[in-house]
Design a protein around this ligand. Structure first.
Ligand code: NAP
Length: 340
């Protein structure tokens, strides 16, 4: 057990504005022993997600903030190394919320066993996990695309956006992605099969987006907010649906940013609905069944951006907030026994 030391990354302080490396601290503590009813997991993969910026802040939100001086919160895939819970055995691979550390205790609540033969276990944090399910419920329950309609999504090469566009295509809609840079756009159009992808950093972004959406936009899956939102808004059709999933461009803002034009919300009878994936927890079975089949058959493709070593988590997280990741951002924390 690596000298019985559990390396952890603590939230050291809360950022005002954009976070920095100084907000995190790497420490080593003894590996804990599981109590009655508990399991000890060795973390294999840690998921880095934009929502973690919100947890660093003490502002009132839908979830409790991460505690200063405690390991940062996060989804993980781990291997059970000791179990005092009859439902789990040593060697089981589980997805849960182990946080930014090498070993974690769990009461078993919220842990789900994975079948390594069904899909690489890391996918339980991405395409077959929380981000994939976010795309699935946000698009199908709120966006409700119809065949021939145009669906636009930003952060289109990322964990959520990549799945949104591919499901839109499966449902017979046109998928137009927005991504940062030519390489991401090429991947989204050529490998993921979106009908088009437009670079939001290019000077002619607005003209290119309009050209890519000749019949306007029927579903705008809101992943980023900020300047991208303002460019998309005039292209929305009457009765367009806007699942408001994420506003990553605004998470570190220290003052309110201009919101959508409410006159067009009224005139075009737009539907805007914010959601958190857990609102649709009852859909998890449907999601896992359908998405597993899409991934197995190759109808839904995915890309992972995996960095090696827990100590790289803070810098990789800061990079995610600036678009430096290319695909689902993961940290490989320990050797994955299911991969050769
Ligand atoms: N509501 C929910 O339950 C829920 C659940 C999961 C995720 N989300 C939200 O969904 C969004 C996507 O999350 P993800 O996990 O899939 O992350 P991701 O797309 O894998 O990574 C984040 C991406 O956001 C883009 N980005 C960052 N800053 C931007 C800016 N200022 N303007 C435009 N794009 C910017 C970058 O892509 P480019 O380089 O392509 O711009 C970056 O790679 C986030 O807003 C997240 O908070 C919501």
């Amino acid at each position: 057990m690596a000298g019985n030391i559990n390396r952890q990354i603590l939230l050291k302080s809360r950022p005002e504005g954009p976070p920095g490396l100084e907000n995190f601290e790497l420490v080593g503590v003894p590996v804990p022993e599981p109590g009655e009813g508990e399991v000890l997991m060795r973390i294999l993969y840690l998921s880095l997600d934009p929502y973690m910026r919100g947890r660093m802040s003490a502002a009132k939100s839908y979830a409790k903030p991460a505690a200063v001086g405690e390991p940062m919160v996060g989804g993980t895939v781990g291997e059970i190394v000791k179990s005092r819970d009859a439902k789990f055995s040593a060697g089981d691979i589980v997805v849960g919320r182990g946080g930014w550390q090498e070993y974690a205790l769990s009461s078993g609540a919220g842990l789900r066993k994975l079948d390594p033969a069904a899909a690489p276990v890391s996918t339980a944090l991405g395409v077959l996990g929380m981000p994939g399910m976010t795309a699935y419920v946000g698009l199908l329950e709120i966006g409700q695309p119809k065949p021939g309609e145009t669906v636009v999504v930003a952060a289109a090469s990322g964990a959520v956006g990549s799945v949104v566009g591919q499901i839109a295509r499966i449902k017979g809609a046109r998928a137009v992605g927005i991504a940062g840079g030519a390489e991401k756009c090429r991947y989204v159009a050529d490998e993921l099969g979106f009908d088009a992808c437009v670079d939001h950093r290019a000077p002619d972004f607005a003209q290119k987006l309009e050209a890519a959406c000749p019949k306007g936009i029927d579903v705008y899956f809101e992943n980023v907010g900020g300047a991208v939102q303002h460019t998309v808004w005039p292209l929305l059709n009457d009765f367009a649906r806007v699942p408001v999933c994420g506003l990553i461009a605004q998470y570190s803002a220290t003052s309110a940013m201009p919101g959508p034009d409410m006159v067009s919300v009224l005139r075009k009878r737009l539907l805007l609905r914010g959601f958190i994936v857990s609102d649709f927890a009852a859909k998890q079975g449907d999601f896992l069944r359908e998405a597993s089949e899409w991934v197995r058959s190759g109808r839904v493709k995915y890309r992972e951006d995996i960095v090696d070593g827990l100590e790289r988590a803070p810098a990789s997280f800061l990079g995610l907030l600036q678009g430096k990741n290319f695909g689902k951002m993961l940290v490989k924390v320990g050797q994955d026994p299911t991969r050769a």
